[in-house]
Design a protein around this ligand. Structure first.
Ligand SMILES: [Zn+2]
Ligand SMILES: [Zn+2]
Length: 294
């Protein structure tokens, strides 16, 4: 995987994610909920729950599993406190999630490891790192609190639920882009999505990425101009459904726009011919020694 130097999440965040989150943050009711979530120590409650029930993975105990996270962390340039602790939980649905804004904790389902190839796992892990890098995790904890074990009582009503679920859907589109930037193989992303969408394991050897890409394109063409509306409906109708065809369609649109390639080209690591340090291909002069790169 090409390491991406100096990549900022703002360079790939989906515009609908940003717009929806800005709208949320300016909502007074939302700010009250956020304060309550912080007051109740929700981050700590989640942390206790998962560290007390899931299997911890680090580079010494399960190096083969940890390596996939380590590579994605390197590729996306995740640093310091943003590097999540890694835990596993027994569940054969292909899925992963992250909790903890201040001390992120990434939980992978066993199925994600047993049913996905390494490049597909990298997509899933990169997707979660994308949520961390864009600081989605606090707001996701609020979304989960709506359906989970934290009682926010009267603070929650439809007027806040709808924009919250809508943003949550949009945040997936940003995270999918981070997943692709981590694995750098769009067919690996598509394969992971096909498996998540329901392909049985007995059919994995017949997996047809092109058929799913065609399905996504067809979905896009038939629903042009209607996507906003359908997103709003999906947001309420089924808050946890991954809605994979639409996600694939949005990811492919981004690739076909050329933005993805441009980011890879700009941030891929090259060696400075003067000082020998790794710098981003788009950097000139070298940010380390100041020499002009020809
Ligand atoms: Zn996600
Ligand atoms: Zn240099």
């Amino acid at each position: 995987m090409e390491k991406l130097i100096g990549l900022q999440s703002s360079e790939y965040e989906h515009s609908d994610d940003k717009k929806a989150l800005d709208r949320l943050k300016s909502n007074v009711a939302f700010r009250k909920i956020m304060a309550e979530v912080i007051r109740q120590g929700v981050e700590r409650i989640y942390r206790i729950q998962y560290t007390g029930s899931c299997l911890k993975v680090d580079k010494d105990d399960y190096p083969g599993i940890y390596k996939v996270l380590g590579n994605a962390v390197d590729t996306l340039g995740v640093e310091g406190k943003l590097v999540p602790d890694l835990y596993l939980q027994y569940d054969y649905m292909i899925n992963a999630f992250t909790t903890g804004e201040h001390q992120p904790l990434l939980v992978l389902n066993s199925g994600t490891l047993d049913l996905l190839e390494e490049d597909e796992q990298t997509f899933i892990i990169g997707h979660e790192l994308g949520h961390i890098l864009s600081h989605h995790v606090l707001y996701h904890m609020i979304v989960n609190s709506l359906t989970g074990f934290i009682d926010l009582g009267a603070l929650i009503n439809a007027a806040i639920e709808l924009p919250l679920f809508y943003w949550s859907r949009m945040s997936e589109l940003t995270a999918d882009r981070a997943g692709l930037l981590a694995c750098q193989d769009v067919t690996a992303c598509i394969r992971a999505m096909i498996k998540m969408a329901g392909l049985p394991q007995s059919q994995y050897k017949h997996i047809n990425t092109q058929a799913f890409i065609d399905q996504a394109h067809e979905f896009n063409t038939k629903n042009t101009g209607f996507l906003d509306e359908s997103f709003k409906f999906i947001a309420i109708a089924n808050s946890t459904h991954p809605w994979l065809v639409l996600r694939a369609a949005e990811l492919l649109k981004w690739v076909e726009s050329g933005e993805y390639d441009a980011l890879l080209k700009k941030h891929r690591a090259i060696e400075c011919p003067h000082c020998g340090n790794d710098i981003a291909a788009g950097d000139n002069p070298c940010p380390i020694c100041g020499s002009l790169i020809r």
